[in-house]
Design a protein around this ligand. Structure first.
Ligand SMILES: NC(=O)c1ccc[n+]([C@@H]2O[C@H](COP(=O)([O-])OP(=O)(O)OC[C@H]3O[C@@H](n4cnc5c(N)ncnc54)[C@H](O)[C@@H]3O)[C@@H](O)[C@H]2O)c1
Length: 425
C-alpha cells in the first residue's frame, strides 16, 4: 500500500489526507502550524467540516494518519497550501514555492508530485517544475508531476472529494496517467487526464464563470432597486426559459476561491480579461451598496443599532476569509453614526477582531438586522421572536434566505428594495 505525504492540512489537505487514510493508505500530513500538527496527532480537527472530526479521529486511532512539521519520503506528494492574493491582486504563490522546496529532499525517482492548490496559469511549468528540475529531479522522466485542482464545496467536502469529476493535468502524458491513478483509488466520479495548463485554466474558469454570473445578478439587483422591480421575481421568471440560469444576488462574493481566482487570469492576460475584471469590481461594490441601503433605512434615527447576522462568506460554514459580511461589518463599525454588533453561530470569537454576541444580545433594541449569511439558523428565525427583541423590527435579508413574516416585522430583500422607506420612530 502506498504512502502519501500531504502538505498543508487545511480545508482541502486534511479531508484529502483523511479520505486516503480511510482507503488504507499510510498518510503523513505536514503543516507549518504546530497547533494544526499537535491537534491532529490527538485526533482533533481545527476546522469545521461535516463528518471530518469522526473521520480524522478514526484514521488517527488506526495509525493510518499522523501529522508532522516536516515532510518525509513517500510515493505520492500532494501539495494543498494556500494561494492568496497580494494587495495588488496578483497571486501569492510563495506557499506553493515553499512547499515544493520543502519536499525536494524527500522526492525520489518514480514518485508522483501533485499540486492541488489553485494556481495561476503556467505555474506548474514556469514555477513548480523548475524548482524540482533545479534540484536534480528530471520532471520529464524521473518523477510524475501534475496539477489536480480541487473543486469541492465547503460543507460537502467529504462527499464531493469522492463524487466530483477530477481534472488531472500532467506536465507529461505519463504524469497525468500516474497522478490520475492516485485519485482513481478513492474517486467514484470521472478522473480526466489532460495537460497542466488546461487543468489550471479549467479550474480558474469554473470560478470565474460563477463570479461573472453573480455579478450579473448583483447588477440586476441594483437596476431593480432603481426601476422599482423585484429582481427575485425577474430571475424566477427569466429562469423559466429552458436555457437561462440567472444566479442570485447577494452582499458580495467571498471566500478564497470565487473572490480570488479570477484575478489569477487577469494577472496573466490583463488586456483580454475585461469582463472578468469588471465582474470582480461589481461584486466588490456590493458591501457598499448594502451599507448605503442601511443608511437610507436609518436616516431618521440618531444612533441606530445594526445587528449583523452572519459573517461567513456562505452559509453553514465557519470560513470568514474574504467575506463581504466582514467588510460590511467594518464599514458599519467605522461609521460613528451606527452602533454595530455582530452574531454568527458558526464563527468563534478568536476568528474575528471584534466582539461576537448571542443572537438575543445582538437583536436586543436593534433598529435593523442585516442577514449576511444563509445559515440554517437564520432560515428558521422566528418572526415573533425577532420582532419582540428589536427596537424597530426591520430585517434586511441580503441572502434571500429567511422565512420571516411581514405581519410581525418589515422585511427587505436585496433584490426587492423598491419599497424601501426610512424607519419612523
Ligand atoms: N477550501 C476550499 O473550499 C477550496 C476549494 C477549492 C480549492 N481550494 C484551494 O486549495 C488550496 C488550499 O486551500 P485551503 O482552503 O485548504 O487552505 P487552508 O488555509 O485551509 O489550509 C492551508 C494549510 O496549509 C498550511 N501551510 C501553509 N504553508 C505551508 C507549507 N509551506 N508547508 C506546509 N503547510 C503549509 C497552513 O498552515 C494551513 O493549515 C488553495 O489553493 C485554495 O485556493 C480550496
Amino acid at each position: 500500500m502506498k504512502k502519501i505525504c500531504v502538505i498543508g492540512l487545511g480545508y482541502i489537505g486534511l479531508p484529502t489526507a483523511a479520505i486516503f487514510a480511510r482507503a488504507g493508505y499510510d498518510i503523513v500530513g505536514v503543516d507549518v502550524s504546530e497547533r494544526v500538527v499537535n491537534s491532529l496527532n490527538k485526533g482533533i480537527v481545527t476546522i469545521e467540516e461535516a463528518g471530518l472530526p469522526e473521520l480524522v479521529k478514526g484514521a488517527v486511532e488506526k495509525g493510518k494518519l499522523r501529522a508532522s512539521l516536516n515532510p518525509e519520503e513517500a510515493d505520492v506528494f500532494i501539495i494543498a497550501v494556500p494561494t492568496p492574493i497580494h494587495d495588488d491582486y496578483t497571486a501569492n504563490v510563495d506557499y506553493v514555492i515553499n512547499a515544493t522546496k520543502a519536499i525536494v529532499p524527500f522526492v525520489k525517482k518514480g514518485d508522483v508530485v501533485i499540486v492541488e492548490s489553485t494556481i495561476p496559469p503556467r505555474t506548474m511549468d514556469d514555477v513548480v517544475a523548475p524548482i524540482l528540475q533545479e534540484a536534480g529531479l528530471d520532471v520529464q522522466n524521473d518523477i510524475f508531476l501534475a496539477h489536480c485542482p480541487e473543486r469541492v464545496l465547503p460543507g460537502r467536502i467529504l462527499i464531493e472529494l469522492i463524487e466530483n469529476t477530477r481534472i488531472v493535468g500532467g506536465t507529461t502524458p505519463v504524469a497525468a496517467k500516474k497522478a490520475a491513478d492516485v485519485y482513481r483509488a478513492i474517486v467514484t466520479g470521472d478522473v480526466i487526464e489532460t495537460e497542466a495548463l488546461t487543468a489550471e485554466m479549467s479550474k480558474l474558469m469554473e470560478n470565474t464563470f460563477r463570479d461573472v454570473n453573480i455579478a450579473l445578478a448583483n447588477e440586476l439587483a441594483k437596476i431593480s432597486a432603481k426601476l422599482g422591480v423585484n429582481a427575485h421575481h425577474v430571475i424566477e421568471l427569466a429562469n423559466k426559459h429552458p436555457r437561462v440560469n440567472i444566479h442570485q444576488p447577494g452582499p458580495g462574493v467571498g471566500g478564497h476561491c470565487l473572490a480570488v481566482d479570477p484575478y489569477f487570469i487577469v494577472e496573466k492576460a490583463r488586456n483580454e480579461s475585461v469582463l472578468i475584471k469588471l465582474s470582480r469590481d461589481i461584486n466588490n461594490s456590493m458591501p457598499e451598496f448594502v451599507v448605503e441601503k442601511i443608511e437610507e433605512l436609518t436616516v431618521q434615527i440618531e444612533k441606530p443599532k445594526i445587528a449583523v447576522l452572519g459573517l461567513t462568506y456562505k452559509g453553514n460554514i465557519d470560513d470568514v476569509r474574504e467575506s463581504p459580511a466582514i467588510e460590511i461589518y467594518q464599514l458599519l463599525a467605522r461609521n460613528p453614526r451606527f452602533e454595530t454588533v455582530a452574531h454568527d453561530p458558526h464563527v468563534q470569537q478568536g476568528q474575528v477582531a471584534f466582539p461576537l454576541l448571542s443572537l438575543e444580545d445582538a437583536l436586543h433594541d436593534a433598529n435593523v438586522a442585516v442577514v449576511l449569511a444563509d445559515h440554517n439558523e437564520f432560515k428558521t428565525l422566528d418572526s415573533q421572536y425577532v420582532a419582540s427583541k428589536m427596537k424597530t423590527p426591520v430585517v434586511f435579508d441580503t441572502k434571500n434566505c429567511t422565512n420571516l413574516d411581514n405581519d410581525y416585522l418589515t422585511l427587505y430583500k436585496i433584490g426587492d428594495l423598491s419599497g424601501l422607506k426610512p424607519i419612523q420612530l
